[in-house]
Design a protein around this ligand. Structure first.
Ligand SMILES: N[C@@H](CCC(=O)N[C@@H](CS)C(=O)NCC(=O)O)C(=O)O
Length: 215
């Protein structure tokens, strides 16, 4: 059964797609155009009642929340493809810790920055330079903590690539390649090296080549 992934062009969906590629899981994509509000269509809301992408369908099984989907496939196909959860309970603990950091410390300011620099008009938000500035300042503090962490280990959870690293790809790509804020990454030697490493993986290159963001 081929996994169906809805909304491939969006940032959160790209986490899921990279995870599937790294695990060697076959998938097909179902377009959901968020610029036209298709994520709020009644049929789509039956799959994802909060009206956001992604959601996956795997036979009769439906799952939403991009990080939950990554955890699910990394666990389900543990013995296939790249190990993405660590090999010990301690490694797994650190993967979970950095996934939580991504979701609660990195993503919120990165998302607000993207909304006020890039995507506001698409989602009906008037870009506010003050909000952008405040969120950039928050992101700077977060990235300083990352710099310290990445001076001690190659990847966030340790010396192994994991779903915690994957989770950072879409929004760091916006920061580096779409928002003209590459300096946030390049001013930090270890963050910069980590970004070069994770963004040069074939899985990420494949996903961004195939599914470009709305703008
Ligand atoms: N926590 C959700 C967030 C999903 C999310 O924010 N998706 C965005 C695209 S990256 C979306 O669908 N936005 C459209 C909207 O908010 O109406 C997840 O990780 O799956």
């Amino acid at each position: 059964m081929v996994v169906k992934v809805y909304g491939p062009h969006c940032a959160s969906t790209k986490r899921v797609l990279v995870c599937l590629v790294e695990k060697g899981v076959e998938f097909e994509v179902v377009p959901v155009d968020v610029t036209k509000g298709e994520q709020k269509d009644p049929e789509y809301l039956k799959l994802q009642p909060f009206g956001v992408v992604p959601v996956i369908k795997d036979g009769d099984y439906t799952l939403y929340e991009s990080r939950a989907i990554m955890r699910y496939y990394a666990e389900k196909y543990r013995s296939q493809g790249v190990e993405l959860l660590g090999r010990t309970a301690e490694e797994r603990g650190l993967v979970e810790q950095w996934l939580e950091v991504e979701a609660h410390n990195f993503q919120p300011p990165a998302y607000e920055l993207a909304m006020h620099v890039l995507f506001g008009p698409i989602f009906g938000i008037t870009p506010d330079p003050k909000v952008a500035e405040e969120n950039e300042a928050k992101l700077v503090k977060v990235l300083d903590i990352y710099e310290d962490r990445l001076s001690k280990s190659k990847y966030l959870a340790g010396d192994f690539f994991s779903i915690a690293d994957i989770s950072h790809l879409p929004f760091t790509d916006y920061i580096v390649n779409k928002m003209e804020k590459e300096y946030l990454i390049r001013e930090r030697k270890h963050v910069s090296g980590w970004w070069d490493d994770i963004s040069s993986r074939p899985s990420w290159k494949k996903v961004i080549d195939l599914y470009r963001p709305p703008i």
